[in-house]
Structures are given as C-alpha cells and as structure tokens.
Design a protein. Structure first.
Length: 145
C-alpha cells in the first residue's frame, strides 16, 4: 500500500480513537508529508474541521506556487467544502481512499482539471461503514443532512 495513504489511515484512526469521525488526510509536496489531519468536528466542536481542512490548517502557510506541486490524500472522497479548498489552493491531484460510503463532487473537480485517483481501499471503507452503522446521526450531521 502507498505509504501516504497509510499515513492518512493512521490519521483516521487517531480521530476515531478520540471519539471522532474516522477520516484522515495528508498533504504531500516533493515526496514529503507537509501536513496531517483528521476530522475533528466532534472533538473541537467545530463546524469546519473535516480531515482535509485540518490537514491544510496543520500544514500552515504555504506559498501558492508550492500547492501547484502538491497531492492531497484523503481516506474519503472530499465533500463540497474540502473540494473548494482544493480548487482555491490549486492542488492538482487528490488521492481518495474510498468513495463508496460517500462521494463528493468528483466530476466537478475533474472538470476543473484536478486529477483524482480512487484507490477503493478496503480498510478506509470498513472504517466508515462501521462508524456510519454505529453513529448515523453524527454522520448525517457531518455531511450536512
């Protein structure tokens, strides 16, 4: 398995261990992890700390030109908000662990020139399926339903 997807899965597990939603993300530039994050809406009472947003926040200020070489890994297909951040910063590639339990605006990202790699990772999917089964109300809140 890709070591960067493994790092995103580690982040998802960190979030789950702290009572949160098991979604993780890492930002890669020049083959190095420059940001890590996991969904922290529950833990921090946040409206916006999805895994990708937490990852970008933890990466800190990065020059606009550096984002153009970045790859964002996420264990789950990014939602509208997180996809907007990808477009805002011009991140050209997103690697998605799975998109069966939730599928964000992938066609829109593609139409805007973002390369998407869908891994269909079983561990990513199982983390979400178990979480959704045990916490349907919390999951629906997270995706805005």
């Amino acid at each position: 398995m890709d070591k960067f997807l493994e790092a995103a899965i580690e982040e998802a597990k960190k979030g789950m261990a702290k009572g949160g939603i098991p979604i993780g993300s890492v930002l890669i530039i020049d083959g190095q992890i420059v940001g890590r994050g996991h969904n922290q809406r529950v833990q921090k009472g946040s409206a916006i700390l999805h895994a990708e947003m937490d990852c970008l926040e933890n990466a800190g200020r990065i020059s606009a030109s550096d984002y153009r070489w970045a790859t964002l890994y996420s264990t789950l297909s990014p939602c509208d908000m997180c996809s907007g951040a990808v477009l805002l910063y011009g991140i050209p590639k997103v690697v998605i662990g799975e998109n069966l339990t939730f599928c964000g605006p992938e066609d829109y990202l593609r139409s805007r020139g973002v390369e998407l790699v869908i891994v269909d990772n079983q561990e990513c999917r199982q983390l979400m399926e178990i979480f959704i089964e045990k916490n349907p109300d919390l999951w629906n809140e997270d995706i805005g339903k």
